[in-house]
Ligand binder design. Structure first.
Ligand code: AMP
Length: 282
């Protein structure tokens, strides 16, 4: 694997390789890699001639300074893991390289970035859109891979690609889970053993809610029940459980079967914020 810390040498390397048949698959990450990330790299490797992974803990998408400061970082292990799945290129810039001047550009996605994560993490998606736009322009990939775990992020990037005419195919990869169902996340590394057990509550809540929705149970009742389940757990603070149209993330107040729908959940275990989601299949 070739490692680049600077934009220009990476661009020169890729431009040198870019030919008629060369395809580039990009997996943008913030590092502290786990098997979920590696599945994205493997998927990219399978269909592209060059698999590129980026690791950059992007300050503009953090609305909580302590979350940014404590975000897990493990470069040496990440390099080993990327090598183990045959990643071709790692782009690992520092903050100065990615933000040569403080950026004043702000993105507004209308309703799409005001709900769910957007409501609880103001400015988050503007920062995500900014860094992903930079990465798309630097790497100019054929395809880019994202996880369903950050489903709203995927929708935002979809809108970005459509509106800004990026010629990039986006792939949304299913969430990889631990054996007990917990969605894999770099932030899980910060959980204590007890918190790790408690964190399963969000997965359990999603299983409970999807089952009840399929039975036709009233949504308000389901939400109240999930709030109570979370209140009974030590150290857990639910931020939201929402039911939404998976196409546009419009929040749904009632169970409807017109479109594909999705349940999304977010909350804290101690000071660690976790998110998860699940499609409600008919
Ligand atoms: P992150 O490093 O957390 O920003 O994640 C980088 C990419 O990996 C994003 O597109 C995430 O949605 C994706 N990802 C994170 N966790 C998982 C998971 N458990 N399964 C699949 N993809 C994931």
């Amino acid at each position: 694997m070739v490692i680049f810390k600077e934009i220009e040498p990476l661009k020169a390397f890729l431009d040198n390789k870019r030919g008629r048949d060369l395809s580039i698959g990009l997996v943008p990450t913030m590092g502290a890699l786990h098997p979920g990330h590696l599945e994205l790299v493997k998927a990219s490797k399978k269909v592209n001639s060059l698999a590129v992974c980026s690791i950059f803990v992007n300050p503009t998408q953090f609305n909580n300074p302590s979350d940014l400061e404590k975000y897990p970082r493990s470069l040496d292990k990440d390099i080993e893991l990327l090598n183990s799945v045959g990643c071709d290129v790692l782009f690992f810039p520092d903050k100065k390289e990615m933000y040569q001047k403080p950026s004043t550009i702000k993105f507004d996605f209308g309703q799409l970035d005001k709900v769910l994560e957007g409501e609880f993490r103001p400015g988050h998606f503007s920062g995500v859109a900014l860094v992903v736009s930079k990465l798309f322009n630097i790497v100019n990939p054929t395809r880019a891979y994202f996880g369903q775990k950050d489903f709203q992020q995927f929708k935002i990037i979809n809108r970005l690609v459509e509106e800004l005419h990026f010629n990039i195919e986006l792939i949304c990869f299913p969430t990889l889970r631990e054996a007990d169902g917990l969605a894999m996340s770099s932030r899980n590394l910060r959980l204590t053993d007890d918190q790790r057990k408690t964190a399963l509550i969000f997965y359990k809540a999603l299983i409970f809610a999807t089952t009840e929705i399929k039975k036709g149970t009233d949504l308000k009742f389901i939400k109240e029940k999930v709030s109570k389940m979370c209140l009974l757990e030590n150290d857990v603070r639910l931020e939201y459980l929402e039911f939404a149209d998976a196409e546009n993330l419009n929040l749904l107040e009632n169970v409807t079967h017109a479109n594909q729908s999705i349940l999304l959940i977010a909350g804290f275990v101690g000071e660690i914020r976790l998110i998860d989601n699940m499609f409600v299949e008919d």
